[in-house]
Design a protein. Structure first.
Length: 66
């Protein structure tokens, strides 16, 4: 059995209260990873084209403030 299979089996055996705690922990874990990835991409300039396109669309009236 692989580590992933071990984890999958353990998760399926969690009582509902523990599964809820695991789900909350995993959501936070993924959110932190996503935020770090966005920060790296922004610092590297990978989002500049998208930001300019969005600002251009807003200035041209093709978008609105939320």
């Amino acid at each position: 059995m692989t580590t992933l299979e071990d984890i999958e089996k353990a998760v399926t055996e969690l009582p509902s209260d523990q599964l809820a705690k695991f789900r909350a922990w995993f959501d936070d874990f993924e959110a932190v990873r996503f935020d770090r990835r966005i920060e790296r991409d922004a610092a590297a300039g990978r989002l500049d084209r998208l930001a300019e396109q969005a600002l251009g669309d807003f200035r041209a009236g093709r978008a609105r403030e939320l």
